[in-house]
Design a protein around this ligand. Structure first.
Ligand SMILES: [Zn+2]
Ligand SMILES: [Zn+2]
Length: 183
């Protein structure tokens, strides 16, 4: 039996949430966890009932989409709405938090930030996390064992094809397609 780790479990949840994002600029998901329990989740989206960027295009001012509430902020606001304490909690985010979210996370008592991918990591955000003694840990999403087996099979198959006299361009196109499928 291959049991998924807590880190992978919560990070997977954030990646699932990111697929609900409506802002076309970046799909982000965030999960707030306390004592190994998910207490809130959020994704990049508009206010409830508002127009979606995915329908009407982003509302961009100074290179930022002002329509969107960030995933981390949405998760925190869900806690505010339902009166759930965030003191001492942890957050799992798909991307390194922006400066605004960084400050909100610190101020709401979040003690650990787990993020999957670096994203324009602002040096001041890094400094503030340090100063507030918030632990920041990168947790990359691992592929499932099933996916790994499939990827290995496909890559072996393509290598074998490359040894035949098949057209080089066609082979390259297949390699590219396989890469996209598993990225
Ligand atoms: Zn947008
Ligand atoms: Zn943010």
């Amino acid at each position: 039996m291959n049991r998924i780790s807590w880190n992978q479990y919560f990070m997977s949840q954030s990646h699932l949430l990111s697929r609900r994002s409506t802002c076309t600029r970046l799909a982000v998901g965030a999960t707030i966890v306390r004592e190994k329990r998910m207490i809130a989740g959020g994704y990049n989206g508009s206010i409830a009932g508002g127009a979606h960027c995915s329908d009407e295009g982003c509302y961009v001012i100074d290179n930022h989409c002002v329509r969107t509430i960030h995933a981390e902020m949405n998760a925190l606001l869900q806690c505010a709405k339902f009166g759930v304490p965030t003191e001492g909690a942890e957050i799992y985010v798909t991307h390194f938090p922006c400066l605004q979210c960084c400050k909100a996370l610190i101020q709401s008592g979040i003690k650990t930030v787990y993020y999957a991918v670096d994203y324009k990591n602002h040096p001041y955000a890094v400094e503030l996390f340090n100063q507030a003694k918030v632990k920041v840990v990168q947790v990359q999403l691992e592929k499932s064992q099933d996916d790994e087996t499939k990827q290995e099979f496909m890559s072996n198959l393509l290598d074998k094809l490359a040894e035949t006299n098949m057209n080089k361009e066609e082979i390259q196109a297949l390699y590219k397609k396989a890469e996209l499928l598993f990225s």
